[in-house]
Design a protein around this ligand. Structure first.
Ligand code: ADP
Length: 160
C-alpha cells in the first residue's frame, strides 16, 4: 500500500514569487523545471501587494497565456507563508532560480527557515542560464517608469 502511494504520489513544486512582471528569466526556469516535476504551481504571494506595480490579476493572466499549452503548469495567488501554501496543495518542493551569490545568501536563509517550518519540503535551485542572469523584474519596472522599452527581457505574451 505504501509502495503504491509512493508510486502514484505526484511530484508537485511551487515556484513562489512576485512575478511583477514575469520575465524571460522566470520563464526559462519554469520550462527547464518541467522534466523534474509532475506539476508546477506558479504561486504569486499576495503579502507584498501594496507595493506591486502590476495588478495581480494582470500578472496571473500573462502567466496563464504563456503556459496555456502546458497542462502541468498552473498559476495562482496565495496569502501567508509559502510553506503553509505548499502543505495545502501537497507540494513537497519549492522551485527557485539562482542568479548570483547575492541570490544564494538570500535563498540560503529562506530555504533553511522553510525547512524548519516544514521539514518535508525541499527547495530545488536551478542556476540561471548566462543570458538571463542580469534580468530581473525590478529592472523591467525601472525601464517602464522611465518610458524605456523592456520587451527584450519579457515574454511576448506580456502585453504591457
Ligand atoms: P521575489 O518576489 O522573491 O523577489 P521574483 O518574482 O523576483 O521573486 O522571482 C521569483 C524567483 O525567480 C526567484 O527564485 C528568483 O531567483 C527567480 N528569478 C528572478 N529573475 C530570474 C532570472 N532572470 N533568471 C532566473 N531566475 C530568476
Amino acid at each position: 500500500m505504501i509502495l503504491i502511494e509512493k508510486i502514484i504520489m505526484k511530484r508537485i513544486a511551487v515556484f513562489p514569487g512576485s512575478f511583477d512582471p514575469i520575465t524571460k528569466g522566470h520563464e526559462s526556469i519554469i520550462k527547464r523545471a518541467i522534466p523534474l516535476f509532475d506539476e508546477i504551481i506558479i504561486g504569486i504571494g499576495e503579502n507584498a501587494e501594496k507595493d506591486a506595480y502590476f495588478p495581480i490579476e494582470k500578472r496571473i493572466e500573462w502567466i496563464e497565456k504563456i503556459f496555456s499549452n502546458y497542462p502541468g503548469i498552473s498559476v495562482t495567488k496565495y496569502k501567508g507563508l509559502t510553506t503553509d501554501y505548499c502543505k495545502k496543495v501537497n507540494a513537497k518542493y519549492i522551485l527557485r532560480g539562482l542568479r548570483t551569490s547575492a541570490d544564494f545568501e538570500f535563498e540560503r536563509s529562506i530555504g533553511q527557515i522553510n525547512k524548519k517550518l516544514y521539514p518535508e519540503i525541499e527547495t530545488i535551485f536551478l542556476l540561471t542560464t548566462p543570458e538571463h542572469t542580469p534580468i530581473n523584474s525590478s529592472i523591467v519596472r525601472d525601464i517602464l517608469r522611465h518610458n524605456g522599452d523592456p520587451s527584450e527581457f519579457i515574454p511576448d505574451e506580456v502585453d504591457l
